[in-house]
Write a protein that binds this ligand. Structure first.
Ligand SMILES: Nc1ncnc2c1ncn2[C@@H]1O[C@H](COP(=O)(O)OP(=O)(O)OP(=O)(O)O)[C@@H](O)[C@H]1O
Ligand SMILES: N[C@@H](CCO)C(=O)O
Length: 319
């Protein structure tokens, strides 16, 4: 459960008095997610999401994320919109943490993806990439390839609970992928979501209805965003093994290209980007695996299935 910060109803009422959203009917912590504390607010004017920003977020970067969400929503992407207080400010504080209220989106994430859903995700991602092109502020990717080695080092000594030599396997994989990573200027860049996993894409009656959780968004290669989705949407995890769903991958890329065709260079480097994307999630999951206190109200994610995705892409050499 991702509720790291708690507050009293009295504190919440004080916080809400700075908005023109009516009175509090109910509020509850949301179990899903690992990054920030999220609450569902039911107010007399409707439902909203209250997010308190935690550990990985740099407060000075929050306006960039909120500005991006506002920009994308105006351009027709169905994503949460920050709600402004009576003073016109959306970014406020609650319980000592930066906090924002955003609009509530209907729909639900999917458990097991199908080619049809992947096609819709590809289209929505390309639309996001296009809509973001007129958002000028830049946010460098704090989890880009040059950050992976230092992140592995920060994990410190990696025991054998994830399998013998897990840390060495990662170091070896980084040694293969990082030297092949595209250089600035090699591929088209723009605003990317960078965490478009199935829990961050909502569907209603089989149709994609919205995208949430923009707090890893950054300015990076468009094709890297697609590579992240190949990892997140195109594998089935079954009894400890991961199985590549080529049909899902084909649909994802086809859906993307219906809106924004890939360049020949993007296509050529996609297998390397897919390997790097797998390692990026191995590393953040590993870091959290080691550093999440055992009494924290959050379910740790296992890094091993992403190492298996890396092994797959590294072995077959195509997507
Ligand atoms: N705007 C929204 N509308 C409806 N539900 C939402 C909205 N934002 C968040 N949620 C709900 O809260 C859950 C957690 O939100 P979110 O994914 O943003 O949290 P997180 O801690 O950043 O998670 P993650 O681990 O994916 O980074 C979502 O799975 C969804 O159920
Ligand atoms: N989507 C990430 C977690 C939050 O960003 C993962 O599955 O590791």
């Amino acid at each position: 459960m991702a509720v790291y910060t708690e507050f009293s109803e009295e504190a919440l009422n004080g916080f809400l008095s700075d908005y023109a959203l009516g009175t509090l009917v109910a509020f509850e912590g949301i179990a899903e997610g690992v990054e920030n504390s999220n609450f569902l607010l039911t107010l007399s004017s409707g439902k909203y999401i209250l997010t308190l920003f935690e550990k990985r977020m740099r407060p000075d970067e929050l306006p960039w994320f909120l500005g991006l969400m506002q920009h994308l929503a105006k351009a027709g992407v169905n994503c949460p919109q920050p709600v402004e207080g009576k003073d016109g400010k959306a970014l406020r504080h609650l319980a000592g943490k930066p906090a924002v209220i955003t609009t509530f989106l209907n729909g639900k994430g999917v458990a097991a993806s199908t080619p049809d859903e992947c096609r819709q995700v590809g289209q929505a991602m390309a639309e996001l990439h296009k809509a973001g092109q007129s958002y000028a502020p830049v946010r460098a990717n704090a989890l880009a390839a040059d950050a992976w080695g230092p992140l592995l080092e920060r994990c410190g000594k990696i025991g054998d609970d994830l399998g013998r030599g897990f840390g060495q396997d990662i170091a070896c994989a980084l040694g293969k992928v990082v030297p092949l990573w595209p250089q600035p200027g090699d591929l088209p860049i723009g605003q990317i979501h960078a965490d478009l996993f199935p829990d961050n894409v909502f569907f209603q009656n089989g149709s994609l209805s919205g995208l949430i959780d923009f707090y890893f968004a950054c300015t990076d290669m468009f094709a890297y965003d697609l590579a992240i989705c190949l990892n997140a949407w195109c594998f089935e995890e079954r009894e400890g093994s991961v199985i590549y769903r080529q049909d899902c991958a084909n649909s994802l890329v086809e859906g993307y290209e219906q809106v924004r065709p890939l360049t020949a260079q993007e296509r050529a480097v996609l297998p390397v980007l897919a390997q790097g994307a797998a390692l990026r999630f191995v590393l953040t999951r590993l870091y959290d695996w080691i550093n999440t206190p055992s009494d924290a109200l959050v379910t740790r994610k296992d890094p091993r299935p992403y190492m298996k995705r890396f092994n797959h892409f590294s072995k077959v050499g195509h997507v």
